[in-house]
Design a protein around this ligand. Sequence first.
Ligand SMILES: Nc1ncnc2c1ncn2[C@@H]1O[C@H](COP(=O)(O)OP(=O)(O)O)[C@@H](O)[C@H]1O
Ligand SMILES: [Mg+2]
Length: 273
Amino acid sequence: MIEVKNLTYTYMKKTPFEKVALKDISLDIRDGEFLAIAGHTGSGKSTLIQIVAGLIDVEKDIVTVDGESVKNKSARRKIGIVFQYPEHQLFEETVEKDIAFGPRNFGLSEDEVAARVDEAMKLTELDLNLKTASPFELSGGQRRRVAIAGILALKPKYLILDEPTAGLDPKTRKNLLDEIKKLHKSGVTIILVSHYMEDIARLAERVVVLTSGEIVFDGTPRKLFSQNEILETAGLELPAATRIMQKISRAGFNVNTEILTIDEAEKEILTTI
Ligand SMILES: Nc1ncnc2c1ncn2[C@@H]1O[C@H](COP(=O)(O)OP(=O)(O)O)[C@@H](O)[C@H]1O
Ligand SMILES: [Mg+2]
């Protein structure tokens, strides 16, 4: 479990540019869950996950991983983080070297490194023939997979992804989300940062909503989508399927509005109308 206790974080403290990014955040992330963190741009999502991953320094007991401070290397190593546009951080001359970089830094044997590269490429559905390719010869979607494979090769217990589908075309985006779902099924705890309610509706078991650095909601996506007021203050949109069902209901039809996906909406419409 990852525990965050009473976290307040201010950028450029004691300067005229001081900015409170997070206010008294307390959050438990349980093993095996699929947690989404949603919120408008500037609400504090990226700051929060960087603190959770130990990349921004805070006091010792604020973030613990399985009971140990995230300031300890052994705790930090349990967490993998995929930044927004991770492909911008590829720098090695081949795909293989890029994915191997992290595991090599962990001091693993070359055999173990090679095995992890293969496994991570399979998980992200990258053709093993691409190992010798330069990351710069690949498509945008493939480059992003390489970057994610580099994190998976570290075998994190907790995987944080910051807007992983930003800028991808719909098909690549769907494939990537399916892969994240598979990883979750295999036992990895997922923390997905996103402002796409469609993605959250399809995947997350629990969603935490941030507004101006504060948690304004913590519960299931279904519950969130029935609370239009919270969505409005948070500057978030309902998934299209939920929105349509609410409209149909307001028009006087007796339909269930707790609908998350197009498939669910279709079923509900066909059985009630
Ligand atoms: N390095 C930084 N220096 C100063 N202010 C920052 C920095 N990074 C983020 N902020 C500010 O902190 C707030 C939260 O930002 P961020 O965590 O990036 O939000 P989000 O990821 O939800 O868009 C914003 O007001 C942002 O302008
Ligand atoms: Mg961000």
